[in-house]
Design a protein around this ligand. Structure first.
Ligand SMILES: NC(=O)c1ccc[n+]([C@@H]2O[C@H](COP(=O)([O-])OP(=O)(O)OC[C@H]3O[C@@H](n4cnc5c(N)ncnc54)[C@H](O)[C@@H]3O)[C@@H](O)[C@H]2O)c1
Length: 279
């Protein structure tokens, strides 16, 4: 249901790859809420992905860009202002990738070239977007910039690997840049720490099925879905959250505040009983 929360707002959405992508769901909701926006992803993702259908659905132009390239990002902001007819009100950074995860390199056997790429793609790209936008004065006062994060930035989770370090940096950039951009332009910058979600990037996490079952049992409200993430992102882009900035906001059904739940304990006890039977 639409509440016209983004009526008249202009945005840029980075990172929609296919229908499962969190950015895809956010784009659909932003369109429903009346926003106009451009879509951006890498040229390779555009060749393999299905972005054209989303662009048609939302009336958006697709602007190819590698988010590690300042030149590409500059083009995305300039072109977006051109096609949308003015400055930007909201930006979504929904980008993450680790070659160490993809190539099954463990955290104590990282390839450092891959590690640098993880940091560049998943975290530095956020700083590059913010710096480019500020230099171009591309974002309207009281605009909102949001990046997607994960609890592995604060707590160690098996298999999340060097992405944990990238997310920690991403969240820190939101705070550091949030101070400067807030002070000078009233622009807010936040990260949204989302439940594990079945997407292309999500599937790269080792033991995703078990992880999702565990977090769902632990969270009093259960895992947050990509659609629910989209709903909340709309609030963060809207004027209803004008004084929220420099925050990492958990959108995880309460998982981040739990240590043990009845449902998880019950499942754990079942495993112990099974183990006893084997003995
Ligand atoms: N899926 C989860 O469980 C989960 C949980 C918490 C946070 N997140 C975060 O949500 C964000 C979106 O991921 P998703 O789960 O929707 O998966 P996804 O695979 O659909 O999205 C990741 C996107 O990053 C893009 N990308 C990779 N390298 C890029 C580059 N160099 N330049 C520009 N774009 C590039 C990909 O093309 C893709 O569109 C990521 O930051 C991810 O870490 C995901």
């Amino acid at each position: 249901m639409s509440h016209n929360l983004l009526q008249g707002k202009k945005g840029i959405i980075f990172g929609a790859l296919d229908e499962k992508s969190i950015a895809w769901k956010i784009a659909e909701r932003a369109h429903e809420e009346g926003a106009l926006f451009t879509l951006s992803n890498t040229p390779v993702a555009l060749r393999f992905g299905a972005l054209q259908s989303l662009a048609e659905q939302c009336g958006s132009e697709i602007i190819p860009a590698d988010a590690t390239s300042v030149k590409d990002i500059t083009y995305v902001f300039n072109r977006s202002m051109e096609v949308l007819g003015g400055k930007i009100d909201f930006v979504l950074h929904s980008i993450g990738m680790s070659l160490n995860v993809r190539k099954h390199r463990e955290y104590d056997d990282l390839d450092y070239d891959y590690f640098q790429k993880t940091i560049d793609i998943s975290a530095l790209s956020f700083h590059k977007m913010l710096q480019v936008a500020k230099k171009l004065d591309a974002i309207n006062n009281w605009g909102s910039v949001l990046a997607l994060s994960y609890i592995a930035a604060q707590r160690t989770l098996v298999g999340y690997n060097d992405m944990a370090d990238a997310k920690a940096l991403l969240e820190s950039i939101a705070r550091s840049f949030g101070y400067i951009y807030g002070r000078e332009k009233q622009i807010r910058i936040n990260t949204l720490s989302q439940s594990p979600t079945r997407t292309t990037a999500g599937s790269g996490i080792k033991g995703m099925d078990g992880l999702m079952d565990f977090t769902d049992r632990m969270a009093p409200l259960g895992n947050a879905t990509a659609d629910e993430c989209a709903d909340f992102s709309i609030v963060l882009f809207s004027d209803l959250s004008r004084k929220v900035t420099m925050q990492n906001i958990y959108h995880d059904g309460g998982f981040s505040s739990m240590a043990m739940s009845m449902r998880a304990m019950t499942q754990y006890n079942k495993c112990l009983e099974e183990e006893d039977k084997i003995k």
